[in-house]
Design a binder for this molecule. Sequence first.
Ligand SMILES: [Zn+2]
Length: 344
Amino acid sequence: MWSVVGQDKAVTFLQKSLEKGSLAHAYLLVGLPHVGKMMLAVNLAMAINCESSDRPCGKCTSCLRIAAGKHADVQVIELAHIAESGDGESKTKISVEQVDQILHSVNLAPYEGKYKVFIVDGVEFMSIGAANRLLKTIEEPVENVIFILLTSNQSLVPATIVSRCQRLELLPVSTETIEKGLIELYRVEPEKARLLARIANGCFGWAVAAIQDDTLIQQRTEWLDAWREMFIADYDRRFTFAAKMVEKYTQNRSVVQQKLDLLLGWWHDLLLVKADCEKDIINIDYQNELIKMAAGYSLGQIRSFIARIQSAKEQLRYNTNQQLVMEVLMLNIPEKNTIENLVA
Ligand SMILES: [Zn+2]
């Protein structure tokens, strides 16, 4: 009973390894944020330690304790939250101390289960020291210890770490599968499920988080509002916006990447409208506005701005001059032919 939606290939692979007793000592799960990496990692930890013959059963003490994050042998390392910031800001690195704290227990026997499982979420955000420390540990496999490393950007994970892991790629989940999963597993009303499945854009975990936390949808609306304002703003306001984004980037990189993803989704929707494929747009709750807006731009303008957004995302990842990257992006927002349509 794996409770991972839309990742059948990875699940089948892991299930077979489990049955054959051929589990790797380190896995690298690669996929978009919220695509299901943590869910799969927790399910694997459950399957490995499950007390039933049909693993993971989801019902035994071990499965329940792991699912609740209370099992002594399953530990998660992730970006630490800075308590004082108050708005969910997180540090940009996983520190040596964080890794050390957990790893010192690697050589101790499992306390309550069969295996010790260490899940490292956001392995691309490890400091060099932390990565080296981790590498040393996975280079010398310890019996009954399994590492599950999660990343949404493999290119930032040291190749030495990647080469020591069994790599599994989690692909975006289809809209239909997300919609079905939300209705069947989470009893979401069909209309809401349809909207969430679209906005989730392949990431089931995001949709699940959104049904549990209304602020996610609210946040999306706020971010989209800010972008939509920028489409018609003068250069002064665009530059102020760019400066704010850069400031944000130094505090929380993933938020800025998420905002850019949202922008990319919007312009991709415009492209779909332009190509008469409205039925495939993500932002279905803005359909009318997208149709109106698309009329004001040429296909070439939309395409070239999409390329600009993609390149800005890439450049930010590799620490190029962030201010410049954002300013160039803002400068390149295409000029609309008939602005009145957009405002109306
Ligand atoms: Zn179980």
